[in-house]
Design a protein around this ligand. Structure first.
Ligand SMILES: Cc1ncc(C[n+]2csc(CCOP(=O)(O)OP(=O)(O)O)c2C)c(N)n1
Ligand SMILES: [Mg+2]
Length: 801
């Protein structure tokens, strides 16, 4: 045997081994899907959505996927996750059961239903791991195509790092920008606007993104003819094909059951994207759903017998198996043996997952039953309690709700008895122990939490100049870009002209087009750029031109950005700053006030409403020292007002969750924020003329709101409260009222009914009169305060009307 033949033989052996290894992953994954469905149908798990029928292309994707790369995909990708070593059998079932422990269900600690995948970017302290040394998956979300905007940012980060290697100060995120971001989506979900918006943007930006469409011709029961023009995403995206002298995509198609072709296609795609930063779209056709869409339905209801037959014949795992036999990689008998072994392995993994899930709950129950027996022995309700203990003990597969419900019901029956205190203690301790499993990490729990950042006051001296306020923002951003190489800003008109209010004037020239850039008109994917880049260690500032247009991005902020920490139980973060401007322009889409909608949609982010540019600049400085996402709303009519330029630009900070009393007073407390404060301040002056001395509080930060409970301290003095804003009635003003009256227990100090003054329930009308008749005016504030004072003292303040 000469050397060449030995080498060839070895190579074939290696190849065989690799294919067998792949088949093992595919088959394991398939068994998980089959058994997973049974677990749901027998009631052990609540819902199942699996990756059967999509296994083989995911093996090919995993082969081309390198350390440092990122996935942004959807619920079919279990095989991929297994192939990159990020998901094993037991973990798969832990996810299915919703095991509320991140060490058991590393995907989300039981917070997401199975099929929503993630890897860990953060260590136990919430600090970045070295992402270049691991394979990464951003955490999935359920809204179809919701993974698309983030994918754009994950890909763009490579481009930024290639251009600015020093943005990766600690070398944890990139090696020469060689990382590819891999997207996956179902064929039907390409109908979503977010898909098309992102595809176009990635073509414009030319980022290393490989987008796979898993095409099984259906979206639940709805056939491709109702989803996609020409029933083919690659056909209609042909116009995106890059030509010699244009930007664009490499558009590839491949059959989802053709293992060797898939391996070649993915290797080629990775090469194009990784080396040249050209996006690639791979349309993977002829995939199937062996068990239908999810455990909620059966596909026999809407697929024809012919289609079902075809799906059986073209099942990608079946086809891969035949190909292996045809090519002498394994015999049918060998594969039968392997299949049987894998089935056993999956069964064992499932059992282990179930025991790991159930045992702690059973142990907790045992401890509870001990306490309950004690409680029963000294209770007048002994008989009833013993029956309840017996009922609890007889539950074969208890959940925590069973434990706690029983304990809390019994607690009511032993009020005043000897056992009450022991049981009350058990309930409190149990709740304290278990609640964080479901409620931790709404915000960061790391030391770098923005709320921990200390306040640094702006410094002035006798030479401090009075300037147009926008210059404070501009100079502060200048300092930010100089200080933090990982920062960048992008948005509509943010680059060349330095934003519509010139808060970035001259900064593109100074810092380059990559760091201060214009973006297309596409708010959702601007947001997504920010999310993806923030997940890869950059500190992006995504600019949404006006608050009114934030609604296009609100879904992605709400579903994706605001839930990143929560849905990964603290294993991923995206400290993105969203910058926008609003308030007090005129017109239905130009008045920027839907604050109630916003703060209720994005719990998990900070919402900051600075009244001046100095305050706004201070917020940016605070946020950059922290590690959480935030929305900063600058006041549109504040840019041309005058403010004093601080000497310590870039350094002073505005604390988060701290109010500021802008005017002391004794008669009534007005809480407001943003541009409306100026109306309130004017009204306060006019009220002073008739002897009513109001205290004015600027909330500054709606999420979190007044964490020191300073508002209630003001109420202790004034005993009256009015909340003023220009949102709809019952919007953000109702939230502020709930915070002060309920959370801070302000009701204890009130001598008058607490009130809100908001805008009319319709959108604000255009023009000065439109504004006057839509939003609270100085007279409205004056009269509202006057009426509250008049109710308390009608003699002194007789009715106006
Ligand atoms: C925004 C949104 N709308 C509807 C749904 C409900 N839904 C979940 S999966 C699905 C079908 C998706 O089909 P496709 O993209 O082809 O993926 P497949 O399941 O076929 O792999 C629908 C309508 C959702 N999750 N999100
Ligand atoms: Mg589909």
């Amino acid at each position: 045997m000469n050397q060449a033949t030995t080498k060839e033989a070895l190579t074939f052996e290696d190849f065989k081994k690799e294919v067998l290894n792949d088949y093992t992953t595919a088959r394991t994954s398939r068994e998980c899907s089959l058994l997973g469905r049974k677990e749901v149908l027998t009631g052990k798990a609540k819902f199942g959505i699996f990756g059967d029928g999509k296994e083989v292309p995911q093996l090919a994707m995993a082969k081309a996927f390198k350390n440092g790369d990122f996935r942004s995909g959807y619920y079919r990708d279990q095989t991929f996750m297994m192939a990159i070593g990020a998901l094993n059998i037991q973990q798969f079932f832990a996810g299915l059961y919703g095991h509320a422990d991140i060490t058991q269900d590393p995907m989300s600690g039981g917070r997401q239903m199975g099929g929503h995948f993630a890897t860990h970017s953060l260590d136990e302290n919430g600090e970045w791991k070295n992402l270049t040394q691991q394979k990464n998956s951003s955490s999935d979300i359920s809204p179809t195509a919701g993974q698309m905007p983030r994918l754009l940012g994950l890909a763009q980060a490579s481009k930024i790092y290639r251009e600015f290697p020093n943005a990766d100060k600690n070398q944890k995120f990139s090696v020469d920008g060689n990382e590819v971001a891999w997207g996956t989506i179902g064929n039907a979900s390409t109908s979503e606007g977010l898909f098309f918006e992102t595809i176009n943007a990635a073509g414009v930006l030319q980022v290393p993104m490989v987008m796979s469409v898993w095409d099984d011709m259906y979206g639940i029961s709805v056939h491709a003819r109702h989803q996609t023009t020409k029933e083919s995403i690659s056909e209609i995206l042909k116009g995106f094909q890059k030509e010699e002298d244009t930007n664009g995509y490499e558009v590839l198609t491949v059959l989802g059951w053709d293992y060797p072709a898939l391996v070649d296609t993915y290797a080629k795609a990775a090469q194009i994207a990784r080396t040249n930063h050209i996006p690639v779209l791979i349309h993977v056709k002829e995939l199937t759903q062996p068990q239908g869409h999810s455990t909620s339905g059966s596909h026999e209801r809407y697929k024809s017998a012919d289609r079902l037959q075809w799906e059986g014949d073209f099942d990608c795992v079946v086809k891969m198996r035949s190909w292996m036999i045809d090519n002498n990689i394994a015999t049918s008998e060998e594969l039968d043996t392997l299949d049987a072994e894998l089935k056993k392995e999956v069964l064992a993994g499932k059992k282990a997952a179930w025991e790991a899930y159930l045992n702690p709950i059973k142990e907790e129950r045992t401890a509870l039953v001990e306490v309950l027996n004690q409680v029963a022995s000294s209770s007048a309700n002994k008989v009833f309690i013993e029956k309840m203990i017996a009922d609890l003990s007889s539950i074969k597969e208890p959940i925590r709700k069973d434990n706690l419900t029983t304990a809390r019901k019994i607690l009511r029956m032993v009020i005043g008895e000897a056992g009450q205190s022991a049981l009350a203690t058990w309930v409190k301790n149990y709740t304290n122990e278990i609640q964080p499993k479901f409620s931790s990490h709404l915000m960061s729990q790391s030391a770098g939490k923005a709320e921990n950042v200390e306040e640094i006051l702006p410094v002035y001296d006798e030479n401090s100049e009075i300037v147009d306020a926008r210059l404070i923002i501009r100079n502060n951003f200048d300092k930010i870009f100089e200080t933090y190489p990982e920062t960048l800003i992008f948005g509509e008109d943010s680059g060349n002209i330095g934003d519509v209010n010139q808060g970035l004037e001259g900064l593109q020239e100074k810092y380059g087009e990559a760091r201060v850039s214009d973006a297309g008109i596409r708010e959702a994917s601007i947001l997504g750029q920010g999310i993806g880049m923030a997940m890869r260690g950059l500190r992006p500032i995504a600019e949404i031109q006006y608050l009114d247009y934030l609604l296009y991005a609100l879904q992605i902020m709400s579903d994706d950005l605001a839930t990143v920490q929560y849905r990964t139980a603290g294993k991923q973060k995206a400290p993105l700053i969203v910058r926008t401007r609003g308030h007090r322009l005129e017109g239905i889409w130009h008045s920027g006030s839907p604050m109630g909608m916003i703060i209720n949609a994005i719990r998990g982010m900070h919402v900051l409403v600075p009244r001046s540019m100095t305050k706004a600049a201070g917020f940016y400085n605070t946020l950059l020292k922290g590690d959480e996402p935030a929305l900063v709303i600058e006041c549109l009519n504040g840019y041309r007002l005058k403010e004093k330029m601080p000497n310590n630009i870039g350094e002073f900070t505005t604390p988060i969750g701290v109010i500021e009393t802008v005017k002391q007073g004794t008669d009534l407390t007005i809480v407001s924020y943003g541009s409306t404060l100026r109306i309130v301040e004017q009204a306060a002056k006019e009220l002073m003329e008739i002897g009513i001395d109001v205290e004015i509080i600027d909330a500054q930060s709606l999420l979190p709101f007044d964490k020191n409970h300073d508002c209630v301290k003001s109420l202790q003095k004034t005993n009256r409260l009015l909340v003023v804003d220009e949102d709809v009635p019952g919007g953000a003003s109702a939230y502020i009222l709930q915070q002060i009256v309920d959370v801070q227990e302000g009701y204890k100090f009130l001598d008058s009914k607490p009130e809100t003054l908001a805008a009319k329930p319709h959108r604000p009308s255009y023009g000065t009169d439109g504004d006057y008749f839509s939003k609270p005016s100085v007279e409205d504030v004056f009269e509202k305060v006057y009426a509250i004072m008049g109710e308390a003292n009608p003699k002194k303040y007789p009715s106006l009307y």
